[in-house]
Design a protein around this ligand. Structure first.
Ligand code: NAP
Length: 250
């Protein structure tokens, strides 16, 4: 059996309707996993991801839920565990930006980003570790950002949420190591998704000039790292942050 096969694994990807989460969901399914996804409002996109996964012969369900809500997040994880009797892989991917200089940043935009990007990770993971601890195995992969490592002017809320995810990842790796649960983070650089589509051509050009590989990433390139961390090939890796950023952070 190849080390990266995910045959019969049960995976949950938050924010699986679009962008990186969509690509992660399809990649894990392609490797053999049954993949559940959550989304906030893009029902049609979520349906299309579920259809594609089912066409591969795997099980898939899309849950409409705001992952910043503690009880709602717990309920969907419990539903998955009730249906499949286990949970092998959790990918905390759902995220938003609400960029502004701190001088102009509203309390609402601070709270929205922290709650969607960071509190959601607490919400989902707290529910997911119960079955993982019982089964003495599990992979938790948090999609952070290089902004959480090097910071970014105009993104104090986003960078704080992503740095928080890194602290969470390392702490949990220490807490859960004895239960054979690996907790890691993937830090993308600049990825072509709806989240980055709003940048102007000029901003994009300037950004690419600072990327050693001189190009942006495709969502599949982030998904490849997630698939590796979710596989048995990464059984001895925990508490790490893997930058998939064309060399921006080194
Ligand atoms: N794109 C980049 O360059 C980049 C770089 C570094 C890190 N990241 C991180 O990668 C992750 C995915 O980013 P992306 O670029 O793929 O973003 P995206 O294309 O905007 O997709 C975001 C996904 O998250 C979901 N989502 C947002 N808020 C949610 C909520 N409250 N509850 C449930 N789901 C929610 C969205 O659901 P709907 O479709 O229903 O709205 C969507 O599926 C984020 O955590 C982001 O911070 C992205």
């Amino acid at each position: 059996m190849p080390a990266n096969t995910l045959e019969n694994k049960i995976a949950f990807v938050s924010g699986g309707s679009r962008g990186i989460g969509r690509s992660v969901a399809l990649t894990l399914a392609d490797a053999g996993a049954h993949v559940m996804i959550s989304y906030r409002s893009a029902a049609q996109e979520a349906r299309s991801v579920v259809d594609q996964i089912q066409q591969m012969g795997r099980e898939s369900v899309a849950f409409q839920v705001d992952v910043s809500q503690f009880n709602l997040s717990r309920e969907i994880v419990e539903k998955v565990v009730e249906q499949f009797k286990k949970l092998d892989i959790l990918v905390n991917n759902a995220g938003i930006t609400k960029d502004n200089l701190l001088m102009r940043m509203s309390e609402e935009d601070w709270d929205a980003v922290i709650n969607t990007n960071l509190k959601s990770v607490f919400n989902m993971t707290k529910a997911a570790i119960r079955p993982m601890m019982a089964q003495r195995s599990g992979k938790i992969i948090n999609i952070t950002s290089i902004a959480g490592i090097i910071g970014n002017a105009g993104q104090a809320n986003y960078a704080a949420s992503k740095a928080g995810m890194i602290g969470f990842t390392k702490s949990l790796a220490k807490e859960l190591g004895s239960r054979n649960i690996q907790v890691n983070a993937v830090a993308p650089g600049f990825v072509e998704t709806d989240m980055t589509a709003k940048l102007s051509e000029e901003q994009r050009k300037k950004l690419v000039e600072n990327i050693p590989l001189r190009r942006t990433a495709k969502p599949e390139e982030i998904a490849a790292a997630v698939k590796f961390l979710a596989s048995a090939a990464a059984d001895y890796i925990t508490g790490q942050v893997i930058c998939v950023d064309g060399g921006m952070v080194m």
